[in-house]
Design a protein around this ligand. Structure first.
Ligand code: APR
Length: 310
């Protein structure tokens, strides 16, 4: 049976994600947007690239959720992108309304799907998607850690002048200024970066990782990052559809793990066909634990704001 992925939002992140999925031969894609013509135009353009690229995946663009029925994965990118000077939190109320609507419409038509949330502020939008879908907690997961970790690895490789493929890293916490990169667990060629760099260098990379999204926003002047976010979504969708049981940092609903209750926070999870198959608990140093708690506190505040709005 062919896999089917619905991508909601035919903007920069959504269209790039759709392109990666069909051109990677991972699944057929239904691209949805509220703007008439936009998803149809982008889907037709991508379909016309198929003979050149040489893949057989189907892609359709639509404004009608009936076309999304029976999807295996729903990727939610619809929303407003961050503008220069606008924090992720400013987007909260506007994007919550959008995410609620699109998840209600799509989840009802694909009751067995795994929802991958991309819209910011990410962790809060995961809560909105969980409530709007009524899905079990394992089938709602947020894309943040894969991207934040990729940014950290990029900066490590740039700083050391080594291949990025030899690096590994882990970033926990909410997807925002309070995220928690873990230098202690970052390596290049298996060597901890704490043995390769001075503390000041590491601190600079950690700060740059935390501001990674903002750095792209300031350079682009309008809109926010999409190539790396789309690559990160692809990686998660691949792990789900191919039941890879891959351990990736994602926003997952915690029910006591890491001492956090009832909150989406970025942690390592085992990702497979059922979504979050397991939250992987790793040991944290006291300062890392404190930073994760502070980050979770920031997410909780946003969820409280959301509650007060509804
Ligand atoms: N239903 C469907 N689509 C919608 C809706 C809605 N109710 N509201 C907005 N959209 C669509 C817009 O029409 C637009 O095409 O969502 C798309 C968003 O695309 P962009 O503005 O290009 O934003 P993008 O860069 O793709 O970012 C999307 O991902 O990384 C996050 O912070 C980012 O929250 C933002 C999201």
């Amino acid at each position: 049976m062919r896999n089917k992925v619905t991508v909601i939002g035919a903007g920069n992140v959504g269209a790039s994600t759709a392109q990666r999925i069909v051109e990677g031969g991972l699944a057929d894609v239904v691209l949805v947007d509220i703007v008439e013509g936009l998803p149809q135009g982008k889907a037709l353009d991508l379909a016309e690239a198929a003979p050149v690229v040489g893949h057989g995946a189907h892609i359709v663009g639509t404004n009608d959720y009936a076309d999304t029925a029976g999807s295996d994965v729903i990727v939610v990118t619809s929303g407003l992108a961050r503008q220069p000077g606008m924090s992720r939190d400013d987007l909260l109320a506007r994007n919550a309304g959008i995410v609620r609507t699109v998840v209600e419409q799509s989840a009802a038509r694909s009751p067995e799907a795994v929802i991958v949330v991309v819209t910011n502020p990410l962790d809060a939008m995961c809560h909105v998607a969980l409530r709007a879908s009524g899905f079990p907690v394992n089938r709602v997961v947020g894309m943040a850690g894969v991207l934040d970790t990729a940014r950290f690895r990029t900066f490590i490789a740039m700083e050391l002048g080594v291949s990025v493929t030899a690096t590994s890293a882990l970033v926990l916490g909410g997807h925002g200024d309070t995220m928690v990169p873990l230098p202690r667990r970052a390596t290049a060629g298996g060597v901890p970066i704490t043995e390769l760099m001075a503390t000041e260098q590491i601190d600079r990379l950690v700060t740059r990782t935390r501001n990674g999204g903002g750095e792209i926003v300031s350079l682009l002047k309008s809109g926010s990052a999409y190539y790396a976010p789309a690559a990160a979504v692809y990686r998660m969708v691949e792990a789900i559809l191919q039941d890879r049981q891959e351990i990736l940092p994602c926003a997952a609903y915690l029910e006591g793990q890491y001492g956090i209750e009832g909150l989406f926070v970025g942690v390592p999870v085992r990702l497979g066909r059922h979504g979050v198959e397991q939250v992987v608990e790793i040991s944290l140093a006291d300062d890392e634990k404190a930073a994760l708690n502070a980050s979770a506190g920031a997410v909780r505040e946003l969820v409280h704001v959301l509650d007060s709005l509804s």
